[in-house]
Design a protein around this ligand. Structure first.
Ligand SMILES: [Zn+2]
Length: 166
């Protein structure tokens, strides 16, 4: 795989150690929200220490969740770059897989969302609101189609870059 130039602050991480290194997303929140707090943008409810898909009580506080902050600011927590000849004939199939993984993750973890999927030359670039989803997308593509998979993580920003190539 040809090396890509990474922004400063990224280090290569082994895929099986990544999960332990990722911290809870505190983007735009100095402290934990009071409970219950509902996100006015997506309706997720902060309950028992995490954002969940639950109906909000009428008296719930209102505060934007970290995922909606990231979408609003266009500031992704994860990038998945898919590269290579394989994409030419399989773009729709790969897109379908990505959307499937997203909806499964999102049902359980409302902060895990795809922000955008764009084409850059021969690559496909997927941005996510959460590094765990970027990881899951990369793993799913690798499991389905083999190829090469690499992770780079920036711990200061809790930002993950996944690169897959076939
Ligand atoms: Zn939200």
């Amino acid at each position: 795989m040809k090396p890509r130039t990474l922004p400063p602050g990224f280090k290569r991480v082994r895929r099986n150690t990544f999960i332990q290194e990722v911290v809870h997303d505190t983007y735009k929140s100095r402290s934990k929200p009071v409970e219950p707090t509902v996100c006015p943008d997506c309706g997720a409810l902060f309950h028992e220490g995490r954002w969940q898909r639950l109906p909000a009580p009428a008296q719930a506080h209102r505060e934007r969740c970290p995922a909606c902050h990231r979408i609003h600011d266009r500031f992704p927590a994860g990038y998945v770059v898919l590269d290579g000849e394989f994409l030419n004939g399989h773009r729709d199939e790969v897109l379908h897989l990505l959307r499937h993984v997203e909806s499964r993750a999102n049902a359980e973890h409302p902060l895990q969302r795809i922000m955008d999927i764009s084409r850059e030359n021969s690559s496909m670039v997927v941005t996510t609101t959460d590094p765990h989803l970027a990881r899951a997308l990369g793993e799913a593509v690798h499991r389905a189609y083999r190829g090469k998979l690499e992770f780079h993580y920036n711990p200061e920003q809790n930002l993950l870059r996944v690169h897959w190539m076939r």
